[in-house]
Design a protein around this ligand. Sequence first.
Ligand code: ASP
Length: 320
Amino acid sequence: MAKLALAVHGGAGTIRRSQITAELERVYREALRNALAIGWQVLEMKGSSLEAVEAAVCSLEDFPLFNAGRGSVFTHEGRQEMDASLMEGRTLKAGAVAFVRNIKNPIRLARLVMEKTEHILLAGDGANRFAEQMGVETMPDKYFFTDERWAQFQDALSRGEVQLDHAGTQPSPETAVNATPKPIGTVGAVACDHAGNVSSATSTGGMTNKRFGRVGDTPLIGSGTYADDLCAVSCTGHGEYFMLTAAAYDVAARMRYSGLSLSEAARQTVDRLTQIGGEGGLIAVDSAGNVSMPFNSEGMYRGRVDASGELVTGIYNENI
Ligand code: ASP
């Protein structure tokens, strides 16, 4: 029986201790732990790694401080367009959606693309029509709206910049969680189940002020998400760089072709991103249940279930 493993992330970027209150840190860590607990329960009940990553990502999509599902960032037109994908290593099956709107849990829709269509990636109106046919849960715009993201969007508009989700403004003081430093938060999960099968899932609102139907790495199999018989990977950061390096696949390729361990391969992939100026990180698991979570940004919201079954979380450079 393989060693069970689960890790999640809530985005990588500039996260400074000086900008985050103790209360806010607690809220983020609780959201990560919550996702871990949900995914871990699936694994412990002998569920598959695919079910575990889907369940963990759904819970992160529902948490409004992360940039996925509820709380997604705004496009240049002031809309929220979400990307998501997942992949099962054992079967090499994958499903993805890009710039979908009003879907409560885009990761669920990605799973349906994988299971109910002959395709891997559905985008835009077509993906929304497919969701309707499948009876997938939708929500009105106001469900996805948060003051923080709107303020961040106004800031990006005034500067004329497309911003990674961490590059936002301070939120209004009256919001539920006061003094959010800089909103951050593409989400993802990787897992290894009882049979040693690994899967990964990633979901995002993309980048603030993005234009013209921009799609990042998140829904692209091989860039933001990848899984095979060796490992499963979920990425977060400036998507264009992850696309240029096929980052998620790069971890698996380094293991396969160079015989590297998971942690060596993952580290080298992030080093490559650093070389070309790409900011971010990734979480990865191999079929022996090892976990690796390297990043080159100041921080990455992340968590894992350790060998003793404890749920541990990290935000800054701490070793977890
Ligand atoms: N990778 C995502 C994108 O470029 C953003 C992120 O991870 O924060 O759309």
